[in-house]
Write a protein that binds this ligand. Structure first.
Ligand code: LMR
Length: 394
């Protein structure tokens, strides 16, 4: 049966994670996988999560199945977090998923089911799972330019030139905030111009939002998504609670679809049916923790406070690294670090340079030079800056 099976190439991000684990050096630094870390290098269980879990331990009296699309209370709590009050309830279809990846996959499956001739336009670069999932699900995909590496900023002209080729009914995949991997986000004007463009061309936005609260705050980070939801008739959303609730392994994700109220019943039933055909019932523990926190004012306030501490830590590390690199290189070559937001920035670098960074200096970043700023500590910043300046020198 398996004679012709070839070993697949390992995922680029998970490969870095494994190499880091296998490295015996005590002073190695993991700037690879997109996981938040505190100043001691730990990924803590958030205080509100502990409180919600303690509450559930006391009060939860069943673990029976929820529904194929998950718990409606989770849908409502996440829809409010992501969309505020921009969309009426009868225009939102939702399904709980196994993490943000499960949400991206479910939305891709929905696209394939509802509009098999649609092409999904994906930014270049993007999170590797976007292209992988489009391929595995069997949705046509094309890339659009997104980032100008020389400028360390969005490539507006390239993006709009490439998207001119999209045909009515196509889907444009956008990052809600804290773009993975580049860290270069849309401004409010960019979102507004994109909303006009999508409406004029009859294109549907598909927003992947996994870092709400890591950029400028929970409300500010959702502003672009909310603007689209107000102005574009249909919006596809894949969201994750892995990062902003620190629930990585509990796989709390959600697919939300903003649609016409008349279409909602069909979309909702299709999402439920697609879950049935892959996982039957979605996992509930992480989703229930999220709902418990969002529905309890005290827990929610504590969650927002801790999230702000995390966000401030990331912003502080960005500034420290940018300053240290300015000192090391005597230039502003890596100046984008301070201007961008969220955990990621992409610094470039050839395969050999990235390997040198890893082998000689014990600093692990993903290929192309994507680094997770949250993997730094104030103590490791000077050493990492020296390593980056040396290894990435032209
Ligand atoms: C990342 O981008 O590093 C994370 O989202 C982990 C993953 O699944 O790729």
């Amino acid at each position: 049966m398996f004679q012709s099976l070839k070993t697949p190439a390992p995922d680029a991000i998970l490969q870095v994670m494994q190499m880091f684990r296998d490295d015996p050096r005590a002073d190695k630094v993991d700037l690879g996988v997109g996981v938040y870390r505190d100043d001691s290098g730990n990924t803590p269980v958030m205080r509100a999560v502990k409180a919600a879990e303690a509450h559930l331990l006391k009060t939860q009296d069943t673990k029976t199945y929820t529904a194929l699309a998950g718990d409606p209370a989770y849908h409502a709590a996440m829809a409010a977090l992501l969309l505020g009050d921009t969309v009426a309830d009868d225009q939102i279809a939702a399904a709980a998923t196994t993490g943000g990846t499960g949400a991206v996959r479910l939305v891709m499956e929905l696209i394939r089911t509802a509009r098999p001739d649609a092409t999904v336009w994906i930014s270049q670069p993007t999170w590797p799972n976007h292209t992988l999932l489009a391929k595995v699900v069997g949705v046509a995909q094309k890339g659009y330019r997104y980032y100008d590496a020389a400028e360390g900023a969005l490539d507006h002209a390239g993006m709009m030139e490439d998207l001119q080729a999209a045909k009515p009914g196509d889907v444009v995949l956008l990052h809600g905030c804290c773009h993975n991997p580049t860290g270069a986000d849309f401004t409010a004007q960019d979102w507004s111009a994109m909303a006009d463009f999508l409406t004029e061309r009859d294109l549907t936005p598909f927003v992947d939002i996994a870092y709400q609260g890591f950029g400028a705050g929970v409300e500010a980070d959702a502003a672009g998504l909310r603007l689209l939801a107000e102005r574009v008739p249909r919006v596809l959303i894949a969201a994750s609670a892995a990062k902003n609730f620190g629930l990585y392994r509990d796989r709390a994700g959600i697919a939300l679809v903003v649609c016409d109220a008349k279409e909602r019943t069909a979309v909702q039933a299709t999402l439920a049916g697609l879950n049935r055909a892959s996982i039957s019932f979605p996992p509930d523990h992480g989703a229930r923790v999220v709902t418990t926190i969002l529905d309890d004012p005290a827990m929610k306030a504590d969650w927002l406070e801790e999230l702000e501490e995390m966000r401030n830590r990331i912003a502080g590390l960005r500034r420290s690294l940018a300053n240290a690199l300015r000192r090391e290189t005597g230039s502003d070559r890596f100046g984008q670090l301070a201007a961008q937001q969220g955990m990621f920035s992409v610094l470039g670098g050839s395969e050999a340079q990235i390997a040198r960074l890893r082998e000689e200096f014990g600093v692990y970043v993903v290929g192309g030079g994507r680094l997770n700023v949250a993997g730094l500590t104030e103590e490791s910043v000077p050493r990492v800056a020296r390593a980056l300046a040396k290894a990435l020198a032209d």
